[in-house]
Design a protein around this ligand. Structure first.
Ligand code: SAH
Length: 282
């Protein structure tokens, strides 16, 4: 038996105070509750209202103190999702009513998360805002699948791409420039348009057998990893039944997961890179 006392209080320090009338815009990390930051936890302990997205882990939401209000602004909540402008208006109204508001988003609030738009609306309305960054799925989530987004001599460049535009269509990006210029391409929200995206990258000069990993539920116990190639990605994703939320990573860092996804000593399944549930059809 290990006799070390493992009970630690919240780390001592000069943690900022969430004051009435403020909105803190905070990233909750990619999924695994342990990947939320200490600033996030400090905020949760003080908020009297938490407005969260669908991708925030319920375990994190269970830490909201009793007595604090919880508002689900999620886009996958089963009913029609509130529009972005309505969410911003709601945040403004809560702050103006003198509440301590925590706006909690999956990953990092500024990475394809509309955090910038919300912060802009709040600042325009004269509401004071503090930004608390989070671990974005495109970095930390891939790490949990054993994929380093940069690695030594393998790549010195990396692009983060959204797989659809605000209207839901495939984004009108310069795919040829991305194919040539970014050694590794990480696509968020890419499942729907992966067919045309992969074709555009190949047409732009990327090899058809360029390695691709698709990671669903990155960092969670339900994590699934599919390894495929650019030319086979769309078919293999459909065959493996991969669903959202998923990241698609294109480039030579993908094969490194064979080395790096060995079980981590003592990780106990949490935030380790091992999943043992590789549905790769290869
Ligand atoms: N702000 C978030 C991204 C929001 S966009 C961040 O920084 O991570 C939502 C997309 O993020 C999803 O469609 C998916 O592509 C990706 N994503 C978020 N969490 C994920 C997870 N646990 N596993 C795989 N992809 C995830």
């Amino acid at each position: 038996m290990d006799s070390r006392d493992r009970t630690i209080a919240f780390p001592p320090g000069d943690w900022p105070e969430l004051e009435p009338g403020w909105v803190w815009l905070c990233g909750a990390g990619p999924g695994d509750a342990g990947l939320m930051t200490l600033h996030g936890l400090n905020a949760l302990r003080q908020a009297d209202v938490v407005v969260h997205d669908a991708l925030v882990n319920p375990e994190i939401l269970s830490w909201i103190p009793p007595g604090a209000e919880r508002i689900d602004a999620g886009k996958r909540a089963g009913r029609a999702s509130p529009r972005q402008a309505e969410i911003s208006q709601r945040l403004i109204a809560l702050a103006q009513a003198g509440r301590r508001v925590l706006r909690l988003k999956g990953g990092d609030p500024f990475v394809f998360g509309r955090g910038g738009e919300e912060a802009q609306a709040l600042v325009r309305a004269g509401v004071p805002v503090r930004i608390l960054p989070g671990v974005s799925a495109g970095i930390g989530g891939l790490a949990c699948a054993g994929i380093p987004v940069t690695h030594g001599a393998v790549n010195q460049s990396l692009a983060f791409v959204s797989g659809h535009d605000p209207q839901g269509a495939a984004p009108a990006l310069d795919w040829a420039a991305l194919a040539r210029g970014a050694q590794v391409i990480v696509i968020y929200m890419g499942l729907r348009h992966i067919g045309p995206i992969a074709r555009a990258l190949i047409k732009g000069g990327r090899a058809g057998n360029d390695p691709v990993a698709v990671v669903q539920d990155a960092s969670l116990d339900s994590q699934k990893v599919l390894e495929t190639t650019l030319e086979r990605a769309a078919d293999d994703i459909a065959r493996a039944g991969i669903g959202a939320p998923a990241l698609i990573c294109v480039g030579a860092v993908v094969p490194l997961r064979r080395i790096l996804s060995a079980p981590l000593p003592g990780a106990g399944g949490r935030a380790g890179a091992s999943d043992g549930r590789d549905p790769s059809p290869a």
